[in-house]
Design a protein around this ligand. Structure first.
Ligand code: GTB
Length: 217
């Protein structure tokens, strides 16, 4: 059965792949699973019908047969767990890849997301500059640690995994901030993720929602 995911009808990022359906699309492309997309307006997300799928009235969701899931990390794990390509077979390597999934979402994403929110909604506050510096200091701590851990490796633990997929989507949020540029190995890591054919297909599909021009490749 073909899965159905939900995404923004009008993504505030105008198709730059920052909304969290991007990571789900990318995971589905990596494992070669077709999917359908139901686009939702902000008001539709808050309606009872959608809240049956997502208690917090958000995107993305993932429906497959009788199973409905929310939380992008749980959805990516579900896809990676059921299809080959995003988690190693070896039990220890698999556990390490899952650890990186949690690290991306629980340790690296929070200060980065917080900074994005601040730049949207706190710009006019008297304390904005001070808060931005504080948030950027916190992000630099994490980026420095991640950069040391990655070193010259291609991916976080052996081959590309769902841990890398989530980490790349998290780090991409720093494009335009000037922060990633201080860590050349992290910049190259993100570029490697973005160069993957599955990433490109997912990016083109979410962009097509905005441009109305479906991808041709
Ligand atoms: N923890 C949940 C998950 O990972 O799935 C968080 C889901 C979430 O934040 N969903 C957002 C949403 O539905 C969209 S992705 N928001 C509407 C609402 O809460 O009413 C977050 C997001 C939104 C927009 C941009 N952007 O435009 O750059 C980037 C990321």
């Amino acid at each position: 059965m073909t899965a159905t995911i939900t995404a923004f009808e009008r993504s505030p990022d105008r198709g730059r792949g920052l909304a969290r359906d991007m990571r789900v699309r990318w995971a589905l492309e990596e494992v070669g699973q077709p999917y359908e997309v139901r686009l939702l307006s902000f008001s539709e997300m808050k309606e009872p019908a959608h809240r049956l799928l997502h208690p917090f009235g958000q995107i993305p969701t993932h429906e497959d047969g009788n199973l409905a899931l929310f939380e992008s990390g749980a959805i990516v794990f579900h896809i990676a767990d059921r299809h080959a390509g995003l988690l190693p077979d070896d039990a220890s390597a698999r556990a390490r890849a899952i650890t990186w999934m949690f690290a991306a979402l629980n340790t690296v994403e929070p200060p980065i997301f917080e900074r994005s929110i601040a730049t949207f909604v706190e710009r006019d506050k008297t304390w904005y500059a001070e808060r931005l510096l504080m948030l950027e200091d916190r992000i630099h701590v994490r980026l420095g640690e991640l950069s040391s851990c990655l070193g010259n490796a291609e991916w976080l633990d052996d081959g590309f995994s769902a841990g890398d997929l989530l980490m790349v989507t998290v780090l991409r949020r720093l494009h335009g901030s000037g922060m990633l540029e201080k860590y050349p190995n992290l910049g190259a890591y993100v570029a490697r993720g973005e160069a993957r054919p599955a990433y490109k297909r997912a990016f083109a599909d979410q962009l097509a929602v905005v441009t109305g021009k479906p991808r041709t490749g």
